[in-house]
Design a protein around this ligand. Sequence first.
Ligand SMILES: [Cu+2]
Length: 663
Amino acid sequence: MKNILLASLISLGCANVYAQSKPNKEDDFYRIITIPIPDNIKMEVGGMQVLPDGRLATSTRRGEVWMIGNPYLKGDGKPSFHRFASGLHEPLGLLYRGKDFLVSQRGEVTRLVDSDNDGVADVYDSFAKWPLSGNYHQYSYGPVPMPNGELLVTLNLDWVGRGASQSKWRGWMLKLGEDGKLTPFATGLRSPSGFGSYKGDIFYTENQGDWVGSGRMTHLEKGDFAGNPAGLRWSKEEGSPVKLTPDDIPNTGEPLYDVAKRVKGLKPPAVWFPHTLVGISTSDFKEDVTSGAFGPFTGQMFVGDQGHSIITRVDLEKVNGVWQGTVFPFREGFMSGILRLEWGLDGSLFVGQTSRGWSATGKSEFGIQRLAWTGKMPFEMKTVRSMPDGFEITFTTAVDKKAAADQESYKLNSFTYKYHQTYGSPIVNTEEVPLKGIVVSEDGMRVRLVVDPAKLRKGYIHEIKAEGIKAADGNSLLHSIGYYTLNEIASGTAINPSQFTTTVKATVDHSAHNMATADAANTAPSAKRVTEMPASWTSGPDQTITIGTVPGLKFDISEIQVKAGSRIRVVFNNNDDMLHNLVITKPGKLNAVGEAGLNLGLKGSELSYVPRTDDVLFHTNIVEPEKTESIYFVAPKQPGNYQYVCTFPGHYTLMQGKLKVVK
Ligand SMILES: [Cu+2]
């Protein structure tokens, strides 16, 4: 593997540029290389495969299959593009099998063959078929191979204001036989664009939506039900390994983990991806099988995020036979929405992107980029392991032991989400997890965080912040936060307090009180969010303005005009399939307000992502898809160009407009 490492360093070509800069940016360790795409190709990547001869094959949402030569940009640095197939219906998966390709279309898996070897497919065989409703949301994904050769496909739910399964096996994962036979395997899936093998087991990633409080990754075994009941419509059909019916699923808003204790077959996720804190829409994932060519995280997983144009890192462990683990931020700044990840032959990672209709922070409509390790060791929390009395963190390089022994270096919280039919969920039941002791290992590579075992809550996400940690060379962690989903607590012996490096002095736990206050502040109308027409407005508002949302992170009006001091009613209709709010800011304060909304952390969802600042004049709360909220206010007396913005994290740079106040 040394050769591969060398190759990846050489292909970067300018490692010395980084030697002089301060090593505390993602770019110093992982570099994004953009593959230039000719203007006439809409490379909206739906499926992607690295071919053994070095080419990269893609299927695009426009229905084409492309062969890209020299995707590593060697020699003259120019890739070549050759169209292999066309006329397909939004193929969101592509599999190379040597003699042929299998590609998903909306209604089938198609086998493509170039039988006369002219570089263009001349055989388009229907390999496996399923019915379609015609709903725009019936995306189909795969086939994805397992190590044992089995093939998997997944079928997205319809969207009719909620997830629905309007034709057979929508919301399911199915096994695809060599004879084209489809065998239902598991259901409860909503938007399963990322799935495949991790250490031989099957995992899939899910996006926030109805019955899905936040993004998550679930280990699927035959007969599992992952949470969205729409697919259960077909559980009585022949071949279904799932026994549950839609009536078995309670809509109580209890945490999914707790409901799963009494609903047999409901499978809690291995990892939650807290919404907006580490991405908003998980997509493809890949196990790091590069043996070090991609850096120090061999055996871990990298996960794409469509909406935030980022890649996260997931470190899993099996405790009492159950998969669980941590998601960490890893790399941001990709050009479009990330849908596909594939390992390059040199241990770099190809990142296939598209954002049409699926809005993303990366502003390009589509793109292909490659992420390569520069060879520098990032200072990161490498793993987190469950312990009977807390967690053990390992680091990629040795820590400064003094900082690591300081109780102020850490902050632990736990929280979860509601399991209910509603789209998404606020963060609920937040509690601080106070430290009792810290044990720093002799070599400085490991830290045990000891807590009261009664404060470890099964099924909860444990937020581990280590902002005070420094490396021996004085650098801070590249990312100082991780979210550990604790399904099982590891057995073993608790550490005797006499062995603590630091015994933490008891502190007063204010967290419960703070959270309750924030809740009250949020749900109640306030001076900035008046949701009933004031009684004094006997002749009604002077002006009613209706603002809607459209896909692609946009309001449907970019400028509105009101008279200074007039009585205004704003009707905010969320016609999109994502969460949005509407926040009116003082002139020139839009970006500051958007940024502040992004930095609210765990409190964000309770506050509807509206920061408490004087720069915010009026606002709605977060409005769910297909819902509406009206607010009433008196327009500012001072004429000028005020602004409006959606402060849902990741949206403010695109979702904005001008509120012109005139005399
Ligand atoms: Cu928004």
